[in-house]
Write a protein that binds this ligand. Structure first.
Ligand code: IDP
Ligand code: MG
Length: 137
């Protein structure tokens, strides 16, 4: 058990569909603290850096188009094992595989618009928090 910080984001589809309150309610009900939050439009260059691991994938440009298609809500969550815990709350990347009760299981049907993002490991969390919230450094 350890207190961790992770980077979480409500993607443009989640903001467009007015799921911000619902998702933050789930985060707080679970027991994580929202220690930083901003609604923002992601500059294309930041999006390309954020998703840099997928640069060579066929869906990369569509993914960057989507994530820059409207405002997102970027957050830093803090709590016990928050990195893996937030991933569990989101559910599988492909909503078709995401269990009911998870965010993607409950609110999404397609992999390209799957509502939420979460860091996948401690090193990723550090990098993503630094990219979106350099002022916390
Ligand atoms: P994650 O968001 O669960 O960490 P990643 O594999 O890191 O999943 O992929 C990042 C994002 O890229 C996914 O959330 C999804 O929106 C999108 N994505 C992943 N694989 C595909 C695909 O095969 N087609 C279209 N979009 C994809
Ligand atoms: Mg990922």
């Amino acid at each position: 058990m350890s207190t961790e910080r992770t980077f979480a984001m409500i993607k443009p589809d989640g903001v467009r569909r007015r799921l911000v309150g619902e998702l933050i309610a789930r985060i707080e009900a679970k027991g994580y603290d929202v220690v930083a939050l901003k609604r923002m439009e992601i500059p294309r260059e930041t999006a390309e850096t954020h998703y840099g691991e997928h640069r060579d994938k066929p869906f990369f440009s569509g993914l960057v188009d989507f994530i820059t298609s409207g405002p997102v809500v970027a957050m830093v969550l803090e709590g016990e094992d928050a990195i893996a815990g937030w991933r569990t709350m989101m559910g599988a990347t492909n909503p078709a595989d995401a269990a009911p009760g998870t965010i993607r299981g409950d609110f999404a049907t397609t992999i390209d618009e799957n509502v939420a993002h979460g860091s996948d490991a401690p090193e990723t969390a550090r990098r993503e928090i630094d990219l979106f919230f350099p002022e916390l450094g």
